[in-house]
Design a protein around this ligand. Structure first.
Ligand code: F0G
Length: 432
């Protein structure tokens, strides 16, 4: 039996539809209590597993399997996801006006984004159900991730992407992993609508983040982060917001940890959106009136160029319950924050940099205090969108639609130099 998180209805899980038979809302799988083990022995067990050679133990998702809705003997589809680093980022901290700042880098996953932590669970579930064809709509990272996990599971995979709006690196990954890439005329929201309609009529297994098994996998990042901080959660956790699955998942993860007694409080979860693609921020700032989609979302952070986020209700629960907020940042702020993260030797893709840009704003507005503990979740790897990086540093980056020039505040442009040691030497001298 499963229980609907929204209305408490108990029923047998319809694993394909995810719809509660009573309230009609999307079903959220609520995990049973982690058997009779106490908190300390589970903490020990999870750490102990890192030394094991078993693929499930080494995965940063499956080593927390006591809190996942699967039996212990489940054969999983894994690429060794999770166990990502939590970096100190002193330059970024300075830039934000903080004493210190930590960056949880989910770009260090097998396909270079946080999507892998959810995909290992969703594709495992697809395998359990005997599905042959998995599919998603995507701004690129979900596509790359699904393509890889489907390949591991020997499943057919189809992805819908908005034509001309996905970075080459992400399309290249999906092609290499053997997915059928279908470019659709229209934006991500159009792709999402079409694939949802198709999923209702056919036997394909949809793995966008409306699929609760994706959320189950992604919630383990909360477990891993709490473990890395020796079970002391930060005052603030900052995430970028697109389709809003990630913020929903982190909210669920920390809620479960608190419920089971692993932590004493939840971090305040705040979501940052790009100014031109910010329906959630608008909703949050107009004190819970009706949710209005953004018809023409615009941002160079193509991963979060989304106007009709499917998981906004769950994400709102996470923000509201924890006392966080939802704000926007400009294209200029994203670009400069991204370059700053780069100078910490870390790097990330543009969507991830909304976090540091947002923290800077929240510190300056007094929402985050200088000495509070803050963790930002970086969602994608710097190599996911190199075109953006080169343009920023060569000062040719322009905002979408307005074509307004984005200043290379921290530009580090390429120099052409004569092929002579003395020419190079004089440049090296100028560096010191
Ligand atoms: N950051 C990156 C790098 C992303 O790829 C995404 C979403 C987000 C942030 C936003 O996360 O949707 O959970 O709020 N990318 C999806 C995709 C939409 O298709 O790859 P969210």
């Amino acid at each position: 039996m499963q229980r609907c998180i929204n209305c408490g209805n108990e029923f047998d899980l319809d694993e394909r539809l995810y719809v509660c038979s009573r309230c009609g809302d999307l079903l959220d799988v609520e995990r049973l209590r982690p058997d009779d083990r106490d908190v300390d022995s589970l903490r020990e067990l999870w750490l102990e597993r890192l030394k094991s050679g078993d693929a499930r133990d080494r995965s940063g998702v499956w080593r927390f399997r006591e809190l996942l809705p699967f039996g212990d003997d489940m054969a999983v589809v894994s690429l060794g996801e999770g166990n990502t680093p939590l970096y100190d980022a002193p330059r970024s901290a300075d830039y934000c006006g903080l004493t210190s700042l930590k960056l949880k880098h989910q770009g260090n996953n097998p396909t270079g984004s946080f999507k892998d932590t959810g995909m290992t669970v969703a594709v495992t579930q697809a395998l359990k159900l005997g599905m042959r064809l998995v599919a998603c709509a995507s701004t690129g990272n979900t596509a790359a991730s699904l393509a890889a996990y489907a390949a591991r599971a020997r499943m057919l995979c189809a992805i819908l992407v908005p034509e001309g709006q996905v970075s080459d690196a992400k399309v290249a990954q999906a092609l290499d992993y053997g997915a059928k890439v279908l470019e659709i005329e229209g934006n991500f929201d159009v792709c999402m609508r079409v694939i949802q309609e198709l999923a209702e009529q056919s036997s394909l297994y949809l793995v966008n983040s409306i699929n609760p098994f994706r959320i189950e996998g992604q919630k383990t990042v909360a477990f891993e982060l709490a473990e890395q901080l020796e079970w002391n959660v930060p005052d603030h956790l900052i995430v970028p917001g697109g389709n809003l699955g990630n913020s929903s998942a982190l909210g669920k993860g920390f809620r479960e940890l608190l419920g089971h007694g692993f932590i004493r409080k939840q971090p305040r979860i705040s979501v940052i959106q790009a100014e031109g693609a910010a329906p959630f921020a608008r909703f949050a700032q107009t004190s819970e009136s009706e949710f209005v989609n953004e018809k023409h979302p615009q941002t160079l952070a193509s991963a979060i160029k989304i106007g009709a986020p499917v998981s906004w209700k769950k994400a709102w629960r996470a923000v509201r319950e924890t006392g966080g907020c939802v704000i926007t940042v400009s294209e200029q702020e994203i670009a400069d924050a991204k370059a700053t993260i780069g100078r910490d030797g870390i790097g990330c893709e543009p969507a991830s940099a909304t976090t540091v840009a947002g923290i800077r704003k929240l510190v300056s507005d007094g929402v985050i205090k200088k000495h509070e503990t803050v963790v930002a979740v970086l969602t994608g790897h710097v190599l996911k969108d190199t075109d953006y990086v080169i343009k920023y540093h060569n000062q040719t980056l322009t905002a979408p639609e307005t074509e307004e020039h984005i200043r290379g505040t921290f530009a580090n442009s390429i120099m052409r130099v004569a092929a002579r040691p003395c020419a190079i030497e004089s440049i090296l001298k100028s560096l010191t």
